[in-house]
Design a protein around this ligand. Structure first.
Ligand code: HEM
Ligand code: HEM
Length: 343
């Protein structure tokens, strides 16, 4: 029998490898999408630059809270991947809230906001924390009073909402914060560079992890731009994790829909920048990403992933860290004699 010429053989192997690599990328491109460089529309309307500039200040302004010490950035620290890095958030009067703070980075791509999806978009969401007693513990009236007492804010609201007869309002505060948050995207992650054609952007281990993420079934729930943030699933489709990870009192989407089948149902967590956002799950009880991956295997897939599989998937998840937004710390306009005092 004739043996193949070694040069021909190595060329054939190379072609086979390229075909395999292209097949992995092609498959990945049917399930996931890169983070776009810029989001320029919200609800079909162009994002207003003047609103985003105002929202940038409001995001960092602790005077939106009753105590004057808690801003959005306290729990969604943009220096720390948009989270507070504690199990569950600490709010007004050092109260411990019931859930872990999810990242605000890329949140514009989620179908709905919060672990249970109870806010339909970012402007609806922004009104929640300001009023929540365990977060900023303020009221819309007091926020409006505060903003109206600061002349520089009054003129910025006028500029940002030129058609409104009463531009300084709680609703417009939320719209401005949303316009700012829309810019908090993290493009150019190694995974995105891979999706758009750069084979070297992922290591071999990360490619193995990507293949496993798709083959094992993770991508069934974690897909799209954010690898999650779209659909709702029981935490514990196959096997409910223990109460230390899934506390009994938090029934998730059941509280939103009042439907028995929604007990312990949560939004599939978006996984962009997940390597930066420990601790994990809505309870924030898991500190290691490897452990979170292993728990997902058991609870959602009924598959005990071995150490190599867990490591490869975790390595892949690290490739989802994109360019972090470079946000300057703003100088805020000064309070006046009529600004309500902190309580
Ligand atoms: C959830 C923005 C203030 C803690 C969220 C989400 C966004 C957001 C966009 C949803 C992210 C997602 O579902 O993926 C804001 C804005 C704030 C603010 C604009 C200021 C107006 C705070 C503060 C705290 C906090 C001060 C902590 C005291 C949380 C927690 C969640 C959350 C625990 C998850 C709550 C749940 O799912 O029930 N925030 N946040 N946030 N934020 Fe904030
Ligand atoms: C949460 C990874 C499979 C639904 C998470 C988190 C990670 C993860 C790392 C935590 C994210 C965070 O806290 O920020 C994976 C991996 C999977 C997998 C590697 C495959 C082995 C699935 C499947 C489903 C699913 C198949 C749906 C049936 C969810 C849900 C959450 C979540 C609902 C939120 C849980 C909570 O309430 O805390 N996933 N996942 N996952 N995943 Fe998965």
């Amino acid at each position: 029998m004739r043996t193949l010429n070694p040069v021909l053989l190595s060329s054939l192997l190379l072609i086979a490898n390229i075909a395999q690599a292209d097949a992995l990328r092609e498959r990945a491109n049917t399930l996931f999408k890169p983070v776009p460089d810029k989001v320029s529309e919200v609800r079909g309307q162009p994002v207003s630059e003047a609103q985003a500039v105002l929202g940038h200040k409001l995001w960092f302004d602790p005077r939106l809270s009753r105590s004057h010490i808690i801003s959005c950035n306290t729990c969604h620290n943009l220096s720390l991947g948009g989270v507070d890095s504690v199990t569950t958030s600490i709010g007004h009067g050092w109260q411990k809230g019931p859930r872990n703070s999810p990242t605000v980075l890329n949140s514009v791509f989620n179908a709905a906001q919060f672990w249970d999806g109870r806010a339909e978009d970012l402007q609806a969401q922004a009104k929640g924390p300001v009023q929540a007693s365990v977060e900023m513990n303020n009221t819309p009236e007091r926020v409006e009073q505060t903003l109206k007492s600061i002349p520089a804010y009054v003129s910025e609201f006028k500029k940002a909402f030129p058609k409104d007869s009463d531009p300084v309002s709680f609703d417009n505060m939320a719209l401005a914060i949303e316009a700012f948050e829309v810019g908090l995207t993290t493009p150019n992650a190694p995974f995105d560079r891979y999706l758009t054609g750069d084979d070297k952007a992922l290591s071999d281990k990360q490619k193995t992890g990507l293949a496993l993420f798709m083959d094992a079934g993770c991508a069934g729930c974690h897909n799209g731009v954010n690898l999650g943030g779209q659909g709702y699933f029981p935490f514990g489709v196959i096997q409910r994790p223990g109460a230390e990870v899934l506390p009994e009192a938090d029934k998730g989407r059941f509280t939103v829909t009042n439907t028995a089948s929604d007990e312990y149902v949560f939004r599939a967590a978006p996984l962009r920048n997940v390597a930066l956002t420990a601790p994990y799950f809505h309870s924030g009880e898991v500190w290691e990403l490897e452990q979170a991956v292993a728990i997902m295997g058991d609870s959602q897939l009924g598959r005990q992933l071995d150490a190599d599989e867990v490591n490869a998937i975790t390595a892949f998840l690290h490739s989802l860290t994109g360019d972090q937004p470079q946000v300057a710390y703003p100088v805020l306009p000064t309070s006046t004699a009529t600004t309500p005092k902190p309580e």
